[in-house]
Design a protein around this ligand. Structure first.
Ligand SMILES: *[C@@H]1O[C@H](CO)[C@@H](O)[C@H](O)[C@H]1NC(C)=O
Ligand SMILES: *[C@@H]1O[C@H](CO)[C@@H](O)[C@H](O)[C@H]1NC(C)=O
Length: 458
């Protein structure tokens, strides 16, 4: 290791010890937008280590293809979405330029960095820039063709995020439509492209930009009278459900209700200008905590029951170089020293300040004897299941413990967890804490491999 991790302060660990762990049993996946319009952010390497070891966040979205950040997330398993800046869209309609772009920005990092999606531009339709809007879909198609030529199209999706400004109307949700002119010209071919490439429609619903004093409780998922949709006879209890169902209704009207929806950005600032009601740390914490509980619950929305939504909170950090009102610079959930601005239950309780073995500056390495990470005797099944969900949820290769895999039998939580924990330990830097798993793992020098089931040891 040729860098020294400045890592986080001790106070961080004291805080971590008392925070809740998010239940990792469900399908929803919590991501963050890693915006970098700030001059005080920690080095990407440190951010990657922090997200991986200290939070349950397993997805990030970048607003560009910053090579330093992409490098920092190599071998973390964290799913990374990158963005093509708006001004590059017209030029990428040319297939040879698109191929060059993939070869310059994606191929140097893939697959060690788990790049799963390329977003072409950001809220392009809302820019009302005709050149960008006209070239958006051709650029997406060229990039997809370039991925096909590189045999990456099954691993990397192409999409583009939209603001709710693409809808004409969203009250009640069932009446929503895409804006006239854009519906047939842009959205229809776009949705058709997304369907044919099995890619999601990405929207940025911001209840923060939709609430008034009267609808604050509705926006914050608090108890409230709700919004009744006369046409569908469905009751909406929160603004996000209403926004998502508006998007769904608009898609449905064009015949694309089957295309998956991803929440590309959503958040609430913790500080605003003096006259702003509902903008403070407690409210931001309440919104984001309720948001995670909501998208993680598997409840879905009135028109999309039982669906889960891949969700990216805006944002990882406060960004002090953004312009506009104070709130624009204060959407972050972490400070630049990686301490949380507020608790939304996404920190992992893996490390405790009292834990004597924990010392991030002296990893266990250099020994020539091989080591594996296995389950500790007496560890509870529930905790072991959580380990499986965590490791496999990171995108590490869990195929051997899936049905038909070489390590599927014995089909027990304990055996599968042992495999997953070792996989994680070997993929990480083999620090002792990479095998801690909340005190359910231990390191051994005895090879746990059996039959055709191989436990790797690097
Ligand atoms: C695409 O770009 C290449 C390289 O810049 C150029 O030679 C080619 O003529 C362009 N193709 C079209 C159709 O514009
Ligand atoms: C949603 O889940 C519930 C409970 O599992 C089930 O009864 C219902 O049929 C599901 N609805 C849909 C549309 O899948």
């Amino acid at each position: 290791m040729n860098y020294v991790l400045p890592f986080f302060s001790l106070s961080m660990f004291t805080i971590v010890g008392v925070l809740l762990i998010l239940s990792t049993g469900s399908e929803a996946s919590i991501g963050v937008n890693y915006g970098t319009l700030a001059n005080n952010l920690p080095p990407p390497q440190q951010v990657a280590e922090f997200l991986l070891h200290s939070t349950v966040i397993n997805r990030i979205r970048l607003f560009d293809t910053d090579p330093q950040i992409l490098q920092a997330f190599a071998n973390t398993g964290i799913a990374v979405t990158v963005t093509v800046p708006n001004d590059q869209i017209p030029h990428l309609t040319n297939l040879s330029s698109a191929k060059q772009w993939i070869s310059d920005h994606i191929q140097p990092h893939f697959p060690s960095t788990n790049i799963i999606r390329i977003l072409v531009g950001n809220e392009v339709i809302s820019t009302a820039d005709h050149l960008l809007i006209r070239t958006l879909i051709p650029a997406m198609q060229s990039l997809h063709t370039a991925l096909v030529s590189a045999s990456l199209h099954r691993r990397i999706q192409i999409s583009t995020p939209h603001s709710l400004g693409t809808l004409t109307n969203s009250t009640p949700p069932s009446s929503a439509k895409f804006r006239r002119g854009y519906d047939a010209q842009v959205l229809k071919p776009l949705l058709s492209f997304l369907r044919s490439t099995s890619s999601p429609f990405v929207v940025n619903p911001y209840p923060f930009f939709g609430y008034s004093i009267e609808t604050l409780d509705f926006a914050l998922f608090r108890p409230n009278p709700g919004l009744f949709d006369q046409h569908t006879k469905l009751l909406y209890t929160n603004m996000l459900d209403a926004q998502l169902d508006s998007v769904y209704s608009a898609m449905d009207k064009l015949g694309f209700s089957d295309v998956e929806i991803v929440i590309g950005e959503i958040g609430w600032p913790s500080e605003g200008d003096i006259d702003q009601i509902g903008v403070d740390v407690d409210t931001a914490a309440e919104f984001n905590k309720n948001l995670i509980a909501r998208v993680d619950s598997g409840t879905g929305t009135p028109l999309m029951p039982n669906r889960t939504f891949e969700t990216y909170i805006f944002a990882l950090f406060n960004e002090n170089l953004k312009s506009g009102p104070t709130s624009e610079r204060n959407f972050g959930i972490f400070r630049s020293d990686l301490t949380p601005i507020y608790d939304i239950g996404i920190l992992r309780p893996t490390f405790r300040s009292s834990d004597p073995v924990y010392n991030p500056r002296s990893p266990v390495r250099g020994s020539s004897s091989k080591r594996w990470c296995v389950t500790k005797a007496g560890a509870e099944t529930v905790a072991l299941q959580r380990n499986i969900d965590y490791v496999c949820g990171l995108g590490l290769d869990c195929r051997p413990i899936n049905e038909g895999g070489l390590c599927y039998l014995p089909n027990t939580v304990k055996a599968h967890s042992k495999y997953a924990m070792n996989l994680y330990y070997q993929t990480m830097e083999k620090h002792e804490f990479d095998c801690d798993f909340d005190n359910t793992g231990e390191i051994t020098t005895i090879d746990p491999s059996y039959g055709n089931c191989e436990y790797q040891a690097n």
